[in-house]
Structure formats: structure tokens, C-alpha cells
Design a protein around this ligand. Structure first.
Ligand SMILES: *[C@@H]1O[C@H](CO)[C@@H](O)[C@H](O)[C@H]1NC(C)=O
Ligand SMILES: *[C@@H]1O[C@H](CO)[C@@H](O)[C@H](O)[C@H]1NC(C)=O
Ligand SMILES: *[C@@H]1O[C@H](CO)[C@@H](O)[C@H](O)[C@H]1NC(C)=O
Ligand SMILES: *[C@@H]1O[C@H](CO)[C@@H](O)[C@H](O)[C@H]1NC(C)=O
Ligand SMILES: *[C@@H]1O[C@H](CO)[C@@H](O)[C@H](O)[C@H]1NC(C)=O
Ligand SMILES: *[C@@H]1O[C@H](CO)[C@@H](O)[C@H](O)[C@H]1NC(C)=O
Length: 221
């Protein structure tokens, strides 16, 4: 009797050990594949850098972990890319749409480089993004309306670029915006009335933006 109880508890123990092992295996596989998709996205970003006089991108190689690549910060627990900060690194190139695959990004800072081309709509897939700073570059085209999906966005800096067109109305969904910089572009149209509805907006830099017609603004602070 006593013997069979010991036996069944042993079986139970082994069963739980097995479950625990399966769970570990699964989470290891998951975090590896997530990290792998971050790696592919960053390598695609690198591929579109055409000039890199400071050799920043040479650290982006497979002999070191991507969390140690210059400008890349990972979440220490999940090892997923959290921040991309390459401010003033003299980089020339265009912005890869694969940036939208870096699902856990909370910040992008590319201030003061020479990025050109359009800001990809895929930025709108970054639902955790809080800071998007692209000022002092040569970005052209229109402000991508899909930025409006980044509901966590608190800083949106696009000043000193070559953006044209109007401010997309969809941006009125960015209710957490604290700082909005659009100055020194070639934007046309009107300053949308909804900008006055952002109760948290502290810095609004629209200076030198060409507006055909401007509404009086009520910042409502
Ligand atoms: C980014 O994600 C898209 C859609 O899932 C996929 O087609 C593309 O290959 C990915 N890009 C990279 C560089 O992994
Ligand atoms: C990879 O990056 C590291 C760190 O910058 C560097 O020391 C190493 O030489 C690089 N390896 C290659 C193959 O470029
Ligand atoms: C931009 O970066 C360069 C170095 O790459 C620096 O000399 C310059 O002062 C920076 N410009 C601004 C406006 O911060
Ligand atoms: C932009 O957002 C729309 C939904 O508003 C979506 O259907 C589309 O796929 C998005 N574009 C990209 C490139 O992510
Ligand atoms: C701004 O846009 C106008 C009208 O589209 C164009 O004539 C002008 O060259 C543009 N300026 C710059 C600096 O891109
Ligand atoms: C501003 O907010 C008020 C009250 O929430 C709303 O009635 C109005 O439609 C909003 N105006 C714009 C232009 O979004």
C-alpha cells in the first residue's frame, strides 16, 4: 500500500517535471524567435545606410549580441529592442519599413543625421512607441497618417526636414502628445483646430512652417 503511494507520487512528480520542461522549452523558443525578428529588422535598417563615416554600423555584426550594438537598447528581461538612438552619427540613408517590425520599440531618436526619403507608414505598427524624434534630417514626402496608430506617442519631432503636404487629421488621436515639432518643413494647409484640444501639449513648434491660412490657436493648457 505504502509502496504504491510512493510510486504514484513519483509519477506525478515526473509529470510536473515534464510540464515544467515543456514550458521552459516553449518560452526559450519564443524569445529566440522574437529576438530573431528584431535582428532581421535591424539588419534591414543597416542595409539602407549608404554612408557611415563614423563606422557606427560596423558594430552591428553577428559576432556580438544585438543588444550590444551601438545605439540599440534592449529590455533586459525580454531581450527585445526597446530604444534605437543614433542621434548625430552622420548617417546617410533612407528609413527601412522593417522598423515597423521592432514591435517593442518605445523610442526612436535619429535627430541630426542625413536621412532622406519618406518616413514609412509602417511606423504605425509600433504601438508602444512613445518618442519619435526625426528632426534635423532630410525626410521628404508627407507626414505618414499611420503615425496616428501610435497612441502612446508623447514626443513627435519632425522639425527641420523637407516634409510637405498638410498635417494629417488622423493625428488628432494622439492624445498623449506632450511635444509636437513640425517647424522648418514645407507643410501647407491649415493648423488643425484639434491641436488646441490637446490638454497635455506643452511644446508646440510650428515656426517657419508655411501655412496658407492659420486658425487662431487655443492651446487649452
Ligand atoms: C517585416 O515584417 C513583414 C510582415 O510581417 C515581413 O514581410 C518582412 O519580411 C519583415 N522584414 C524583415 C526584415 O524581417
Ligand atoms: C563586430 O563588432 C565588434 C564591436 O564593434 C568589433 O570589435 C568587431 O571587429 C566586429 N566584427 C566584424 C567582423 O566586423
Ligand atoms: C549635429 O551633429 C553634428 C555632429 O555630427 C554637430 O557638430 C552639430 O552641432 C549638430 N547640430 C545640431 C543642430 O545639433
Ligand atoms: C496603415 O494603416 C491602415 C489602417 O488605418 C492599415 O490598413 C495599413 O496596413 C497601414 N499601413 C502600413 C504600411 O502599415
Ligand atoms: C516648398 O513647396 C513649394 C510648393 O510646392 C515649392 O515651390 C518649394 O520649392 C518648396 N520648398 C522647399 C524648400 O522644398
Ligand atoms: C475638441 O474637444 C471638444 C470637447 O471634447 C469636442 O467637442 C470638439 O469636437 C473637439 N474639437 C476638435 C476640432 O476636435
Amino acid at each position: 500500500m505504502e509502496h504504491s503511494q510512493t510510486h504514484s507520487s513519483q509519477i506525478l512528480f515526473r509529470f510536473f517535471l515534464f510540464l515544467w520542461w515543456i514550458t521552459c522549452l516553449q518560452s526559450a523558443t519564443l524569445s529566440t524567435s522574437g529576438n530573431e525578428s528584431d535582428r532581421l529588422a535591424l539588419l534591414d535598417f543597416k542595409k539602407r545606410i549608404t554612408q557611415d563615416p563614423l563606422h557606427i554600423m560596423s558594430s552591428w555584426n553577428d559576432s556580438i549580441d544585438l543588444c550590444s550594438w551601438v545605439g540599440v537598447t534592449c529590455n533586459p528581461a525580454t531581450k527585445r529592442v526597446m530604444v534605437l538612438n543614433l542621434e548625430a552619427q552622420k548617417l546617410v540613408g533612407s528609413l527601412s519599413p522593417s522598423l515597423g517590425n521592432l514591435t517593442y520599440l518605445t523610442g526612436i531618436n535619429l535627430i541630426n543625421n542625413s536621412f532622406h526619403g519618406e518616413i514609412p507608414q509602417e511606423i504605425g505598427r509600433l504601438l508602444s512607441l512613445q518618442h519619435l524624434s526625426l528632426s534635423l534630417n532630410s525626410f521628404g514626402g508627407k507626414i505618414p497618417s499611420n503615425i496616428s496608430h501610435c497612441m502612446q506617442l508623447s514626443v513627435l519631432g519632425l522639425s527641420y526636414n523637407k516634409l510637405f503636404g498638410s498635417i494629417p487629421n488622423q493625428l488628432n488621436s494622439l492624445l498623449n502628445l506632450v511635444s509636437l515639432g513640425l517647424g522648418n518643413n514645407n507643410l501647407t494647409g491649415t493648423i488643425p483646430r484639434w491641436i488646441g484640444n490637446f490638454s497635455s501639449l506643452e511644446i508646440l513648434c510650428l515656426l517657419s512652417t508655411i501655412f496658407k491660412e492659420a486658425y487662431p490657436m487655443n492651446l487649452g493648457v
